[in-house]
Design a protein around this ligand. Structure first.
Ligand SMILES: [Zn+2]
Length: 126
């Protein structure tokens, strides 16, 4: 199995963001499949103090990495999020913080933070 066949997306449960993030990953990283981990308003969880929740997400990412050799992990936040109803700026802060936490896991993967905007288009945070 080639290393770049799989990517991993940590997404909100919202049905409007699934395909945009999947298609963005396929296009940007040439992956064929995307393992998807979902929680409502997931970008916010990394800025909270619930260590158990973060550990659960980490173990799911590690499973994706170990089982499928995922080479890219994305964390996304999105417009009109019912699970994390904050301003865009607060979302961007949450996504940046989440990217830092995921990078701190020191997995052999690239990590990217994504914002899904009001047109359901994906923007990569830099
Ligand atoms: Zn949401």
């Amino acid at each position: 199995m080639k290393d770049n066949q799989f990517g991993t997306a940590i997404n909100c449960i919202d049905g409007r963001v699934q395909l945009p993030v999947l298609n963005w990953l396929k296009r940007s990283y040439s992956v064929r499949y995307v393992d998807t981990i979902t929680e409502p308003g997931v970008d916010r969880l990394f800025s909270e103090t619930n260590i158990d929740k973060i550990q659960q997400l980490k173990s799911k990412v590690i499973m994706s990495r170990n089982a499928h050799g995922s080479s890219i992990v994305v964390i996304s936040g999105h417009y009109d999020c019912a699970g994390n109803p904050v301003t865009k700026n607060e979302h961007l802060n949450h996504i940046k913080k989440a990217s830092e936490v995921i990078k701190s896991w020191n997995l052999p993967v690239k990590v990217a933070g994504l914002w899904v905007n009001e047109n359901w288009e994906v923007e990569e945070l830099v």
